[in-house]
Design a protein around this ligand. Sequence first.
Ligand code: SF4
Length: 852
Amino acid sequence: MNGRFIKPMRDIGSALFEVQKPARYVGGECGAASPIEEEDARLRIALCFPDLYEIGMSNNALRIIYSWLNEKKDQIVCERVFAPAPDFEQLLIRKKIPLYTLESGIPLSDTDILAFTVGYELLATNMLAVMERGGIPFETMRRGDRDPIVMAGGPAVTNPLPFAHFLDAVWIGEAEAGFMDLMVQMAELKSRGADRREKLTLLAGHPSVWISPSVEERLKLPHKKRIVRAIFQDFYKTEYGNTFPYPVLNPVHSHGSVEIMRGCPNGCRFCHAGYFYRPQRSKLPEIIRKEVEDLVVRKGYREITLSSLSSGDYPGIVELFEELNAAWAKYKVSFQLPSLKVDSFTMPLLEEISEVRKSGLTFAVETPLESWQCAINKRVPFEKIATILHEARERGFKSAKFYFMVGLPLPERGMQEADAIVEYIERIAQVERISIHVNVGTFIPKPHTPFEREAQLSEEEGLACIQHIRRSLKYRKNVEVSYHPPFLSVLEGIISRGDESVGEIISEAYLKGARLDAWDEHIDRDLWRRVLDDYNKRRGEGAWQSFLAQREEDALLPWREISLNVSTGWLKKEKQKAQKNALTSTCNENCTERCGVCGSQAAVVSNSILYKNTVCEGGSVLGRCEAVSELEQVKLIAVWSKRNAAVLYPLHDVARSFSRAFQVCGFHVAFTRGFNPQPRMELSPPLALGVEGKNEILLLWVDMPKDRLEELEELMLKNQGRILSSLNENLPDGLRIENLRMSAHSDDKKRTIGALFRAAAWRYVFASEESYTKAVNILADHHSDDFVLTKTDAHVREIGLIEIFSGASKKTQSFYKILKDHLSAEDHFVAERLECYGRLDNEGYVRLQDIL
Ligand code: SF4
């Protein structure tokens, strides 16, 4: 390796093709922060969502923190890192390469701060893997002055003690409310040459930072008895620009997202997020409009989620939805609401949703009986669901999903809950002929909620309930039952409710090989069971089970020093009300049942929105086609190349990148018709991962005003350079459009790549003469009409050939595949497709780009 920074294509090279989805590990996405030089002296923060790339890239907290920290670029460099999948972890070990950040390839041990954002408990072992692979000791006590400070934040660490062995510090609350400023202060300390102790002392001085007891002890810092959650009151009037890379691999949530509300007004007693994000702050509609416009116009999104814990509770949601749909529908932009509480589900809202999505509705019922619903303070009246379902079916919805929990703190918890769920679903199935999907999970009594002292069902109890539900509904053809494995809930319960000793369980599981425990295909249940057994052998029978047990009223809770600003007295009162099935009213500006959150620093923001007096300007931004009466779909031909990291991108991700770049640059990409409209485009046949491409072709249909086609064609030719450079600026590293023109055959349906493609020219360059010679022999052995040798050159170890694809012939084999099958792993070569050829009316082969 040259220098300390890792360049994956150089330092890992072709071994990257051995792992699944290598594009996860190479960065280079459009919109990523610029790479830095090794001498750069700014504060280096590695920001990590400790799950795979596709999950992490969807995380809203990560987007916000990355974007905000990189705004302080005079002092701070913030780069991303995600958990390595086990195959990549092994590759790093084999190659002796440390885990690195995606932007510059900084080994994690060369950063100043490794900051995790932790959304769920089962990421714990991934966090340790990230640290150790990055060259950072995963135990706080083994870290020295040269090691980065390891921090975390997020809803899964509001009981930090189980992480005390691994994390130096934990930020409690919303990052916008002080975390970024704290990092600026850290940058100043670094520039003054401060040591680890000084930096940790700065962190310890912040009211929202928890410091690990072992760090306090080692550095002789005074013990903090109370850590208070930071609340970003200005959320409602802040426009989030979201300068965040556009993912090359399709993330799990590929939509653009506007967080329309933080916090939730419905004090559901089981919901940790409801307490963690109090109070409800609705974003001003004018800010929402600006964020939507930014996502559509500058970021190229066509599907936008209006996200929050309970989007239906946004005041004026129907008007907002109506307005946004009206403004953007003609640009094929659709809006979705991810979480709707049944109470907030109105017919007008259903009307709006059904405009864009008819696939299914989701109802988080949690518990079936009305009295039980009162106990958890979440009313989901059966009659209302029945009415919604009826209306939904009338509007073409085909299915509905129902979420339930078992093990809620009810006198009847367990089997009686299971019976009631079965009865409830039977009733629903009788009322509406709609396909029903039921998902059942085990309730986890989370810290900082009124149920924090309640017991959790054991795995056996949870499983018995779930099996009962499955068995009972097995005979219903239109009902499907799935479940969250109770064993995973047990692990989540232990990590969220445990004390410092849980760190032993996490580290032992990690050392034994546990990774990606939230993934069904990766979790090793036997491994975890052995680790839990060993823990009990050391700590006494029933030791880990005690974390799931009921806690006495006077028992000290592991998270007692953390305050989410909700008073202990209020939590107790809520629990008593739960026992009497009594409801608590929703949060509002004139709250009379104060929990302790609202005060001088925080208050509910629940706007009344006067839509009638406002005009949405969003749509006019893309309005170049708006005034035109008639549009025509015009076929554009782009010739492009694929090199560097882009050789790792699968074809559908390449297609997504192109359609986005064209949209961002103001082209009106046309969409296919049907249930699930997609950008209308066609690409040259896929290349195997690792193969470069020159003169590749993209056909893209765009809407253009019919009466200005000639003028626009001329404009495109005249401004070719400018158009290409702005398109290329919006493409990930390695993808490049070389030229662009309108096709003269837009109307000819036969002039498509699929119909005309017949042959391709290739160049293979070998790393050694030996490999070259082997390849020439293989070529001789496989001589057939499918290959036409154009040249071989021993001097530059290069083979050139034309490969013929007869289409109908099953015998056609790819020369690339033949080489891959017959050469060994040491025979490195670079393959490049130079040109695609086609035939028109059985005449000779011509360049495909010339006949489309
Ligand atoms: S003080 Fe009242 S309005 Fe504010 S979060 Fe608590 S319950 Fe809700």
